[in-house]
Write a protein that binds this ligand. Structure first.
Ligand SMILES: [Zn+2]
Ligand SMILES: [Zn+2]
Ligand SMILES: [Zn+2]
Length: 151
């Protein structure tokens, strides 16, 4: 998968800080978990399980281990799951104390990803909530189109 460089991206986190978060939650830092965090730390966009697997050191672990590890890291709030509509769950590191809420712009030809900082004004959610009698309304949203190189 091709990734467009994005100057903003997310501030890169120290691996020691990440493994410290694992430790504080009394989780073992298995070799595969540390390797997964290291891969995600160096990747500014969400990665699918298979992409994480492909980036692992040779013989690091099997795909099932990655699936289990990502499930655990998601439960711990260390990664956020994103859906680009192709049936593959993708994961991105979340900063400590953040909810990781943001959006992506995805090229439908080369699968390049741009991190998007803009979000719906909260009035839209308030209006939708009020009109339907809902509370705690949130949203998930990704944008799709053709990147400059693919036009
Ligand atoms: Zn992102
Ligand atoms: Zn493209
Ligand atoms: Zn949003």
């Amino acid at each position: 998968m091709k990734s467009h460089q994005h100057p903003q991206a997310h501030p890169q986190q120290e691996l020691s800080a990440l493994t410290g978060r694992l430790r504080r939650q009394a989780r073992k830092i298995t070799g595969p978990r540390a390797a997964i965090l290291e891969i995600l730390r160096h990747h500014p966009h969400p990665l699918a399980n298979k992409e994480i697997f492909d980036a692992m050191p040779r013989g690091g672990c099997d795909l099932a281990t990655i699936y289990r590890a990502m499930h655990l890291l998601e439960e711990m709030g260390m990664v956020k799951r994103f859906d680009f509509g192709d049936g593959a769950a993708r994961f991105e590191l979340v900063g400590e104390g953040e909810d990781g809420h943001h959006h992506h712009l995805i090229c439908t030809r080369c699968a390049g990803v741009v991190e998007i900082d803009e979000c719906f004004p909260s009035e839209v959610e308030s209006r939708i909530a009020a009109a339907n009698g809902f509370k705690g309304v949130t949203h998930k949203l990704e944008f799709f189109g053709l990147c400059p190189e693919c036009q």
